[in-house]
Design a protein around this ligand. Sequence first.
Ligand code: ZN
Length: 307
Amino acid sequence: MRRRALRTIITGTCCFLTLLSLSGLSAAAPSSVVFCRYGPKTGMTTTFQLRTPTRNGSSDTFPDVNSKWDQPRDGGSNPHQGIDLDAPYGTDVFAVWKGWVVAAAGGQVDLYLDLDQDAIKDDSAWATYMHLSTIYVSVDSYIDVTARIGKSGGSPAHLHFGIRKSTGLWAPDERYYPQGWSTGRDLDFVCAVSQSGNVIRATAYAKDDGATVYLQPGDVDLYHRDSTTEPWQEADMTLVAGSQTRWEFNLGTIYTPGSSVRYMIIAERWDVIDPYKWGIFPAKYEQPPAPDPNESWAYDYLTVAIQ
Ligand SMILES: [Zn+2]
């Protein structure tokens, strides 16, 4: 296993946090709405299907994805905290859900989503649009899902779009787009994580200028542990037969029935610069508050009961 220690990986992903702070967003009160299965710590169990940020008339469109969410990229402050959509200069971009505009300047719009449609700003998720050449909305306004937010810009022109939670977490876009974009899988570097019995499966591949970049055996690891006190163990996931993008590992080969096992997935691109090589699922881009192992990890995990 050509791997560095997990702690090194986590440290390498946290140094861009200072870029993330936004003014005007207070800590969210507990909401009655759950909006995605993000992890056992949050208890979220429902996937929301947002509108897309681009339209043809009143219909959603699914432009090419040039770079995926959480994707390690060469030469940038990565991993990618959003997706880059192919959007020629001046393309209209729209709200993906109704909500409050909390930033609208410098080519960037942040829209706090009103997921339960109660007009109360407590849903703890927002959408970010970047590199806009024109902005049509103003801070503190409440806009509908049909609202035109602005026009794409940038050089080369594209729309950077992403979803964030007010707790400081970036939420995978794939959760919000079960249709289109290859069932959401073109959006996130590591995505579509599922569990069948003791087998954990995940999809992982990159998009560079729209071209698919496949990972190699040894590049996708399942980190696992059976208690809060044991250190994380790593296992190479293997390609599902006949697939170039789908990976799996059977935890039943390691743990006995009845075990409660925590896991996370870390995929690595060896063609990009250190330390921005890793995509982590579930992702949680925060400064680690305590060393591993600790309940207040800066990273998240999922749990499976071994059968
Ligand atoms: Zn981007």
